[in-house]
Design a protein around this ligand. Structure first.
Ligand code: NAD
Ligand code: UDP
Ligand code: UDP
Length: 320
């Protein structure tokens, strides 16, 4: 055990991409993990290596329904994160963010647990301020196809701050920017996993629009470090705090890098840009640097190489 007391920690969405890495980290730090997931986008494969550990427990549960458990801390990650998946059943996506937040906040209130919300850079919508600081209020199309996610997450933040003010809850709000790495689902639909799988299969790399839109990609290990630092930050610090890698790339550049790193013969092809697709995104992480003493350490190419190796192993195991 690294430090302090063993805590009982609830991770909702614990079988997903970020959740599975977080469970591993917290388990390695010596804590007792309750991983709650309804397996909508997550899979037991992501946590199978932890399942024989007596300090790790999985519970199949949908956070839109009440949950009565006893823990010390809650990381609320349950919510599909890929546009393809969150647009599949948009009503359920909003319910997951809003009813899920109400239930987890109600739980935190009853048991006096500290609670961290996985919010998102999407709350800035298609931002006019660049890079985005936490003080920017955002530009979201309330009726658009991304609104189920964006507005759901915005409402969840509102609930977190109202429970904080009204019920004195200990809250932490992380605004996560595009994060990638092993354990992303190969059919997840997000750009990094799509491009790597396409490149490894020798299929065309599907660029939506002209590929000039930008994103800033954070490697998962860096983000998990920030989650833990945020949860352990002084009580008076609630966030919201941007967590992400401030290096910005166009989607076309990302496609070219992935083709080069995989040594693929795949060509870039251009498809229609989905509506409301943000044209630019880059976090200002001055606050995270100052309060958490955190900044990303893993550069894009380094993180992509590890992620490519993961998908290579996964695709080979699927052929067998
Ligand atoms: P993911 O889709 O891999 O994981 C989400 C997990 O939540 C899955 O295991 C899924 O089955 C589970 N889930 C979904 N609805 C649920 C429900 N109603 N009840 C219980 N479990 C449910 O996505 P991820 O990338 O790991 O994202 C985790 C969290 O981080 C999400 O809240 C997402 O909005 C947020 N986030 C992620 C990123 C990113 O780039 N990865 C960026 C911003 C925000
Ligand atoms: N809740 C939960 N687990 C608990 C306590 C509450 O899931 O241990 C849910 C319950 O569904 C409730 C919601 O959290 O409706 C909000 O709880 P809160 O106490 O804030 O409000 P109220 O019970 O008055 O609706
Ligand atoms: N994108 C793309 N090809 C793909 C998947 C995504 O060009 O196969 C683009 C998408 O239009 C967006 C960017 O890549 O501009 C990031 O998409 P992603 O779904 O990963 O996350 P977002 O940041 O849009 O939520």
């Amino acid at each position: 055990m690294k430090s302090g007391l063993r805590k009982r920690i609830l991770v909702t969405g614990g079988c997903g991409f970020l959740g599975s890495h977080l469970c591993r980290r917290l388990l390695d730090d010596g804590h007792e993990i309750l991983c709650v997931d309804n397996f909508f986008t997550g899979t037991k494969d992501n946590v199978v290596a932890m399942m024989d550990n007596p300090h790790f427990e999985i519970m199949r549960h949908d956070v839109t329904f009440p949950l009565y458990v006893e823990v010390d801390e809650i990381y609320n990650l349950a919510c599909p994160a890929s546009p393809v998946h969150y647009q599949f059943d948009p009503v359920q996506t909003t319910k997951t963010s809003v009813h899920g937040a109400i239930n987890m906040l109600g739980l935190a209130k009853r048991i006096k647990a500290k609670i961290l919300q996985a919010s998102t850079s999407e709350i800035y919508g298609d931002p006019e301020e660049h890079p985005q600081t936490e003080s920017y209020w955002g530009k979201v199309n309330v009726r658009g196809i991304r609104a189920c996610y964006d507005e759901g997450k915005r409402c969840a933040e509102t609930l977190f701050y109202d429970y904080y003010r009204q019920h004195r809850l200990q809250i932490k709000v992380a605004r996560i920017f595009n994060t990638y790495g092993p354990n992303m689902h190969p059919d997840d639909g997000r750009v990094v996993s799509n491009f790597i799988v396409q490149a490894l299969r020798g299929k065309p790399i599907t660029i939506y629009g002209d590929g000039s839109q930008t994103r800033s990609f954070c490697y998962v290990d860096d983000l998990i470090e920030a989650f833990v630092k945020l949860m352990d930050s002084p009580d008076e610090f609630t966030g919201p705090v941007n967590l992400g890698n401030p290096e910005e790339f166009s989607i076309k550049e990302l496609g070219e890098i992935i083709v080069r790193l995989t040594g693929s013969s795949s060509k870039l092809i251009y498809k229609e840009l989905p509506s409301d697709d943000p044209t630019q995104r880059r976090p200002d992480i001055a606050l995270a640097r100052e309060v958490l003493g955190w900044e990303p350490t893993i550069q894009l190419e380094q993180g992509l190489i590890t992620t490519i190796e993961y998908f290579e192993r996964l695709l080979i195991s699927q052929i067998r």
